[in-house]
Each structure stands twice: as structure tokens, then as C-alpha cells.
Design a protein around this ligand. Structure first.
Ligand code: PEP
Ligand code: MN
Length: 337
């Protein structure tokens, strides 16, 4: 249930409503809005009928939240959430480009790739230090050494850092180096990880699982928010379908659906969706046209020699030309780059 209060509500009236809901066993969360005070009551019990809450002193309105993802829903928060990290806004008018290699490999790789993506207009540097590889024999990432490297190179270029967290035991370590903690597709339903991420104040980007429905995806975001951290971004990265020309199938329906159901910023990763370099650019263009708030793109200064996902990594020139095209597309959908 979402409860909107009258502008002249007294602290005692507010407290009385909160106390009634808490007595019934509900978690009460205040929406981070600047206007009227808005509360959500969430929990698995039976809520009091909205009619009962509506007539409590100080209450302007009470409506049920039909979606299962209560705090991630637009019913709870009408305006799109704008996440501010340093001077970067995610979910605002400007679309945000996050770019870099699949995995952190070396100083030269990070220095050259970061400078190239920065020059093209990226604001966030990506690179995995812990990699969820399908084979246990594949390169698993540089770990803390990689995190130190990406942080240093990002700082030298005025970029933020996004990197994947695979396990809750890594939270303390990763918080020291990373601005956005990425939950990978394979970990989207690692509920103990999601719960722990609810206790951090870092931004969390939740990728959609390989075969997750939009409800399941947004419920994963809900885990983090209900745990106390509302700095959540969701990312569509392609789902598993029967087509074999591409690694996955980019589900732009999900972008449109998530944007209408949820206030969370929605990012698209066209690289893991396409899996092949020459398809990444058209998918990236389409994602921005469809209303995505930004992109997470794999770029490598020498993709032919990349340790991981080189076949889907853009050359720096391709990324620069994509960014130019996105400037025009963004303008056509009332956004900027
Ligand atoms: C990645 O971003 O490098 C990655 C492993 O992505 P996903 O979890 O979407 O497969
Ligand atoms: Mn990758």
C-alpha cells in the first residue's frame, strides 16, 4: 500500500500511521520524494483495507500496490529515480555510457581502453576482476590486483567504476574500489547476495537472468531495495532463446515494460545480447531509441587479443562512432549524451 500524506500532516499523525502499520507487522518505507510525504507498507501479511488508512488523520490517500515488486514499482514512486554518483546522473536526461573490457587484463589494456572510451563520452569504466566463466579452466579474473588497476585508471580519466561481484564475501573488498556493484545474469537470483547488497550504500546494477521474466528481474531489484539500499539500476542483457546467430536475444520489450512498471533506471548491455561485434552497434542504437537510460558496452583497445569476449568487444573507433550516432538518437527521444 502507498500512503500519501496531506502537506500539513503533523509528526504525531505520521507517527500514528507508521505505528499502526508496524504493529501489523509491516515494513514502512518512505519514498525519497521532495513533495508530499509518501510511505509504502510492505510485508507478507494482510494489509488493513485502504479505506481504514485513508481516513486516518493527516492521510491524503492510500492505494494498494498491485505489483509484487512494491518498492521498485512506479505505483510507489511515480518519477524515474535519478541515481547520482559523483557528477554522473543515471536515469536523468542524459544517457550514460558504461564501457570497457569484459575482464581486466593488464595495465596497458586498461590505460588504452579507458582513454578511448573517455574520449568518446563514456562516464563509467567497466571491467571484471571476478569473472563468472562457464568453464572452471577459463581465466577467472585478476581479483584485487585488477580492482586496484581499474580504480587507478578510472581516476586518471575521471571515470566511475563498475565491476561484477560474484559472492557476498567480496562486498567489503569491492566497496573499496568500485562505484557500481554489478550483479551478473547468473547471480540474479542469488538471494543471499542480494540481501547483503541491501546493506551497502553502493549503487547496484542487477542484470537480468538468462531466462528470467521481467517480474523475476524486478523482484531481484526489490530484494536489494527492501534490504535498505534504493540505489539500484536494472540491466537487460539478452535472454536465452532458440536463435543461434546471436549469443542471446536482446529483449527490448523488457526495456519498455520495465520503464513503465518501475521507477528504476534501465540500462542495456548490447554486447552480451549480440555476442558478435557487428551486431552490437545496431542493438545499442535501438536500445536508446526504446528508452534505455544508458548502455553497458564491451570495448577493448585490441579485441582480437582479448582474454575474454573479444568477439563481441568493439574497437575504440567503433565505440566512438556509435557514441556520435547515439547523440542524434538521444536527441530524437528527448535525451542527451
Ligand atoms: C559481464 O558483464 O561481463 C557479464 C559476465 O555479463 P552477464 O552477467 O550479463 O553474462
Ligand atoms: Mn563479457
Amino acid at each position: 500500500m502507498v500512503i500519501t500524506f496531506q502537506s500539513n500532516v503533523t509528526p504525531e499523525q505520521l507517527h500514528a500511521v507508521e505505528a499502526r502499520l508496524r504493529d501489523l507487522g509491516f515494513q514502512v518505507v518512505r519514498a525519497p520524494t521532495s513533495g508530499a510525504i509518501v510511505l509504502a507498507a510492505v510485508g507478507d501479511g494482510a494489509l488493513p483495507p485502504v479505506e481504514e488508512v485513508r481516513v486516518m488523520p493527516g492521510v491524503a490517500d492510500a492505494v494498494p500496490i498491485p505489483e509484487p515488486f512494491k518498492l521498485a514499482s512506479r505505483t510507489f514512486r511515480h518519477e524515474t529515480s535519478v541515481l547520482r554518483i559523483g557528477d554522473v546522473e543515471i536515469g536523468g536526461t542524459s544517457i550514460v555510457l558504461m564501457a570497457g573490457p569484459c575482464t581486466i587484463e593488464s595495465e596497458e589494456q586498461m590505460v588504452r581502453t579507458a582513454a578511448a572510451v573517455r574520449a568518446a563520452g563514456a562516464r563509467v569504466l567497466r571491467g571484471g576482476a571476478f569473472k563468472p566463466r562457464t568453464s572452471p579452466y577459463s581465466f577467472q579474473g585478476l581479483g584485487e590486483e585488477g580492482l586496484k588497476l581499474i580504480r587507478r585508471v578510472a581516476d586518471q580519466n575521471g571515470l566511475l567504476v563498475i565491476s561484477e561481484i560474484m559472492d557476498k564475501s567480496q562486498i567489503g573488498l569491492m566497496e573499496r574500489y568500485v562505484d557500481i556493484l554489478q550483479v551478473g545474469a547468473r547471480n540474479m537470483q542469488n538471494f543471499s547476495l542480494l540481501r547483503e547488497l541491501g546493506k551497502t550504500q553502493k549503487a547496484v546494477l542487477v542484470k537480468r537472468g538468462l531466462s528470467a521474466t521481467v517480474d523475476e528481474w524486478l523482484m531481484s531489484a526489490e530484494y536489494v531495495i527492501s534490504g535498505g539500499n534504493d540505489r539500484v539500476i536494472v540491466c537487460e542483457r539478452g535472454i536465452r532463446a532458440y536463435e543461434t546467430y546471436t549469443r542471446n536475444t536482446l529483449d527490448l520489450n523488457a526495456v519498455a515494460v520495465a520503464k513503465s512498471l518501475s521507477h528504476l533506471p534501465v540500462i542495456v548491455d548490447p554486447s552480451h545480447a549480440a555476442g558478435v561485434r557487428d551486431k552490437v552497434v545496431p542493438l545499442a542504437r535501438a536500445a536508446i531509441a526504446a528508452g534505455a537510460d544508458g548502455l553497458l558496452v564491451e570495448v577493448h583497445y585490441d579485441p582480437e587479443r582479448a582474454i575474454c569476449d573479444g568477439q563481441q568487444s568493439l574497437f575504440p573507433e567503433q565505440f566512438a562512432s556509435l557514441a556520435e550516432q547515439l547523440r542524434q538518437i538521444a536527441g530524437a527521444v528527448d535525451r542527451r549524451l
